[in-house]
Design a protein around this ligand. Structure first.
Ligand SMILES: NC(=O)c1ccc[n+]([C@@H]2O[C@H](COP(=O)([O-])OP(=O)(O)OC[C@H]3O[C@@H](n4cnc5c(N)ncnc54)[C@H](O)[C@@H]3O)[C@@H](O)[C@H]2O)c1
Length: 250
């Protein structure tokens, strides 16, 4: 895959899957906006990625921030060819015990964030003539898992929005796809494991979710995101590509 001079935004690029994705884009010649609410993390990744990358601080749930991000990228790069809507977070809880405010916050980042970033980048993606959006959903959107009700619902929305947008913008030359990762060993899970009183049991449970008996690596999801963003996937739109070590087929 070759992304030479392709103008790419990756949200949530300060850590985990987004970081691995941004670094791979940069390796393959793209000009990459490392967009994250954590400015220090974004700057660190931009330094690692090299001179073709730069950091942008953005809260994807905030419309003004997102509009400023799109404007900053256009000012710096002259346009946008690829948008990776990856920023998001997980949370525990059933409908019975999730607080309304926690539900709203999660939806505003995981789902509204995809809407806002897509909305304000679309004019440039259409101008590009070959615009591509790749959203990060989750395998849980298709199968459901216990005690993650808000998270699963938000990712169900991301998968559905991916299909709706793919059809809405097909005649404007914009392809919209999503990756649905299984359990990936990102800093998000490091925190959960380290905070637990029985770290080994938590680790065993996470590794045991997949028939491969291990978590995925952020780089293994980055490869799928890059393929969906590449010319090689030119006939794919509205696809939700599951990359989960077999978890959802078990
Ligand atoms: N790790 C997994 O097992 C897994 C599985 C399926 C899907 N996902 C999804 O993959 C994506 C990346 O997750 P990860 O595991 O790499 O997590 P991570 O916590 O390592 O990275 C997420 C990044 O998003 C940023 N972020 C959070 N809220 C933001 C906001 N409002 N605006 C901008 N940036 C924000 C964080 O600062 C962080 O840098 C998320 O959408 C997550 O739901 C993860």
């Amino acid at each position: 895959m070759d992304f030479t001079n392709q103008r790419v935004i990756v949200t949530g690029a300060g850590s985990g899957i987004g970081k691995a994705t941004a670094l791979k884009f940069a390796q393959l010649g793209a000009l990459v906006a490392i967009a994250d609410v954590n400015g220090d993390a974004a700057k660190e990744v931009a330094e690692l990625a090299g001179s073709n990358a730069f950091a942008v601080v953005v809260d994807v749930s905030n419309s003004a921030d997102v509009q400023a991000m799109a404007a900053a990228v256009v000012q710096r790069l002259g346009g946008i060819d690829v948008l990776c809507n990856n920023a998001g977070f997980g949370s525990l809880g059933t409908v019975a015990d999730i607080e309304e405010s926690d539900w709203d916050r999660l939806m505003s980042v995981n789902l509204k964030g995809v809407f806002l970033c897509s909305k304000y980048c679309l004019p440039e993606l259409i101008k590009s003539g070959d615009g591509r959006i790749v959203n990060t959903s989750s395998y849980t959107a298709a199968v459901g898992i216990q005690n993650r009700a808000a998270y699963v619902a938000s990712k169900g929305g991301v998968s559905a929005l991916t299909r709706a947008m793919a059809l809405d913008h097909i005649d404007e030359g914009v392809r919209v796809n999503a990756v649905a990762p299984g359990t990936i060993n990102s800093p998000y899970f490091d925190k959960i494991v380290n905070q637990s009183t029985n770290s080994q049991a938590v680790l065993d449970e996470l590794n045991g979710r997949a028939p491969m008996h291990r978590m995925g690596r952020p780089e293994e999801i980055a490869e799928a995101i890059l393929w969906l963003a590449s010319k090689e996937s030119s006939f794919a739109t509205g696809s939700v590509l599951t990359v989960d070590g077999g978890t959802s087929t078990w």
